[in-house]
Design a binder for this molecule. Structure first.
Ligand code: UDP
Length: 245
């Protein structure tokens, strides 16, 4: 059993995570899937609404090296870094094989379209049933939800950033039709090519976060330079047996 500050996280492998999504997409009952890195867990530590959403989610998956280090401090062997960005191409492959449709909601205008055309080129037969940027007027929300529901997509990916994407999904839980709903943060920016991802060697040694810090220091320094030590301090307290929930 893996948990940080009372939030259970599924300790699994990438193939099992893809199997689970495909099964839930076919089963049809609504399932919220969240990916958490140390920054997300720091937010959940102080944001009661986001914390409640994570507790009620069908699944919370571990994203990144910070969680890996946290697991080691707790004496838990983490099976894999099951982050949304690495999972996405495998999910597209599976969706193309099984005929499940995706809807991409979020990021700047034009970005989700670029992701759709890149992934269709990579995975022949992939159904992207609709796209919508993440900067629509709140007055258009009903129309956006109608389009998502009319699209027949089984998997909805929402890229508004944490915790906005999760609170939006929770607020609209009963109005959305696609069974699987996932918050995916900056994923569309990467697969559209707008923001280059760290080189593979950096990802493999757990340094993707330093790449993101170098790219957007103004926005990221608080997340990593303050957030990572704060997260590890809280995990250290949890490992000691202090009440951190
Ligand atoms: N975004 C959006 N609508 C908003 C604010 C943000 O669609 O009102 C998008 C933004 O364009 C970006 C994503 O949300 O594509 C958030 O990216 P970030 O890198 O912050 O995600 P995280 O680090 O949480 O994975």
């Amino acid at each position: 059993m893996l948990e940080f500050f009372g939030i259970p996280i599924v300790n699994t492998t990438m193939p099992e995570a893809v199997d689970w999504i495909a099964a839930r997409a076919v089963a049809g009952d609504p399932a919220l899937l969240a990916f958490v890195n140390p920054d997300c867990l720091n937010i959940a530590y102080v944001d009661a609404e986001y914390r409640r959403i994570l507790l009620e989610a069908a699944r919370v998956l571990p994203d990144g090296i910070g969680i890996h280090i946290g697991c080691r401090m707790l004496g838990v062997a983490l099976q894999a870094n099951v982050n949304g960005t690495d999972l996405f191409p495998q999910l597209c492959e599976r969706a193309a094989q099984t005929g499940l449709g995706l809807f991409l909601l979020g990021a700047r205008p034009g970005i989700a379209e670029a992701v759709a055309s890149n992934m269709r080129a990579q995975c022949p037969g992939l159904r992207i049933d609709g796209v919508q940027d993440g900067y629509f007027d709140p007055a258009e929300e009903d129309a956006v939800i109608e389009r998502i529901n009319a699209s027949d997509a089984a998997i909805l990916l929402v890229a508004f950033g944490v915790p906005r994407q999760e609170t939006w999904l929770a607020r609209n839980h009963h109005r959305l039709k696609p069974p699987v709903r996932m918050g995916v943060g900056g994923l569309f920016d990467f697969y559209s090519g707008r923001i280059p991802r760290a080189p593979v060697w950096m990802r493999e040694i757990g340094l993707e976060w330093t790449w993101r810090l170098m790219q957007e220091p103004g926005r990221m320094w608080r997340r990593y330079v303050i957030g990572n030590p704060l997260f590890l301090y809280r995990v250290w307290r949890q490992a000691r047996g202090d009440d951190t929930s």
